[in-house]
Design a protein around this ligand. Structure first.
Ligand code: SF4
Length: 417
């Protein structure tokens, strides 16, 4: 379950059942105000709820005054090794301080930061990294790395509680996905504080996105995790935000912008679907509405499994079909399929309803019926799936029917207001 406790980073609630917050980190020299503010605006536009900036020098702490004042989203100061910088970042107005109590120079220095943070009501993210556990846990780390990570996190929690500081969230970071999953599951059972999830040094946009989707997605589907950061080796921090949103959207935890669904294609494909899907995906980035768009490589199955989509296309050799809400809208030449799709989307968003030309819809339905009839005996992937489902429902198969409505994340859904 989501954490019992809630904290506020600026005005953003984290934990206690609040929507899972999307976080990223600027990749600029923080003191370079032009570059840093430019990146913060980009990540905020992409949907970041909160942004973290590295503070390795005094001028970075000083720059936070301007950054916090101008940023459209709360700003977290990322501090390592130097508690003086943590104090300066709080003085400069940072909305949260990220520090690892294990590398800040001892209990006295942590206490000094906690005391000021308490007075200014500034929360902290405290955490442990698999590469930097306290010495007394090294032996346990060799034998049971997950337990060592959890033990370190619990020790830090107890340290902060002993300092009368409870305004924090906790993170356990590891480059190892199974360790991250196991450690966070255990930690969620032991402490009531919000958890920040991330896979350390996940990798490139391709491998990092996948590792994050597996690691963070598994935990979020269990209800573990209150804020996430996808770490990617790219200077474009907004890419991290886009991946994070895809994870949350895939789990039905949050909604933002369009959803694109597309068939995997097969030997029945008769047009260049690769480039059509890429163009649709790119054009959809310009929309904020949660419109669902389906792309089918052929019309052999009818509209079938894409009938729940708000809009869709089913392509064929020379022409294709535009459909909306499971019903044909019109048949158009292949070359005009994408442009017409977007014209229909734009019209419906402008008018708040899909306008149907009955004659064109009838023509589209007849075209679809003809293709379905011509291919009635064809066993497509979709038809095989439908036959299997029917067999289970009739009790003719011992397979288990997946209840797609019974989402493991049910109850934590929300719409971004
Ligand atoms: S049969 Fe299914 S997978 Fe193959 S092209 Fe048609 S819609 Fe796509």
């Amino acid at each position: 379950m989501a954490s019992k406790r809630q904290i506020f980073v600026g005005s953003l609630p984290i934990g206690g059942g609040a929507p899972v917050a999307v976080q990223t980190m600027t990749k600029t020299e923080t003191a370079n105000l032009t570059a840093t503010m430019d990146q913060i605006r980009k990540v905020a536009d992409a949907g970041a709820d909160v942004v973290r900036c590295a503070v390795p020098r005094e001028q970075d702490a000083e720059a936070l005054r301007t950054i916090v004042a101008e940023s459209p989203i709360p700003v977290i100061a990322d501090i390592h090794f130097n508690h003086t910088l943590a104090l300066k970042a709080i003085e400069a107005g940072a909305n949260c301080i990220r520090l690892n109590p294990g590398n800040i120079g001892g209990r006295e220095k942590v206490a000094e930061v906690a005391e000021l943070a308490n007075r200014r009501n500034v929360p902290m993210r405290i955490g442990v990294n698999s590469g930097s556990l306290p010495k007394h846990l090294h032996e346990l780390e060799r034998e049971a790395p997950v337990e060592a990570l959890v033990a370190a996190a619990v020790e830090f929690v107890e340290l902060m509680e002993g300092l009368d500081f409870t305004n924090f969230k906790v993170s356990i970071k590891s480059t190892n996905v199974p360790y991250t999953i196991a450690a966070n599951r255990q930690l969620a059972e032991k402490i009531p504080y919000p958890l920040h999830l991330g896979i350390t040094e996940a990798g490139t946009k391709w491998s990092g996105a996948l590792k994050s989707a597996v690691g963070l997605g598994t935990l979020l589907a269990d209800g573990v995790g209150d804020t996430i950061r996808v770490s990617l080796s790219t200077f474009h921090a907004e890419e991290e935000v886009k991946v994070a949103w895809e994870i949350l959207k895939a789990l039905g935890l949050r909604e933002r912008g369009p959803v694109l669904i597309a068939c995997p294609t097969c030997g029945r494909l008769q047009f260049d679907m690769d480039s059509v899907v890429a163009e649709i995906e790119q054009r959809l980035e310009g929309y904020e509405e949660p419109v669902e768009v389906a792309v089918l490589g052929c019309a052999v199955n009818g509209i079938g499994e894409a009938s729940h989509a708000d809009f869709g296309i089913a392509g064929a050799k020379n022409e294709g079909l535009i459909f909306a809400g499971g019903k044909p809208l019109r048949k158009v030449p292949q070359a005009k399929l994408v442009d017409t799709l977007f014209e229909e989307i734009d019209k419906s968003l402008d008018r708040g309803t899909v306008e149907v030309d009955e004659a064109e819809a009838r023509e589209g339905a007849a075209w679809l019926a003809k293709i379905e009839e011509e291919n009635a005996g064809d066993l497509t992937p979709e038809k095989i799936a439908a036959m299997e489902k029917e067999a289970v429902e009739k009790g003719e198969s011992d397979r288990v029917l997946l209840d797609e409505e019974a989402s493991p994340t049910a109850g934590r859904r929300f719409t971004r207001a």
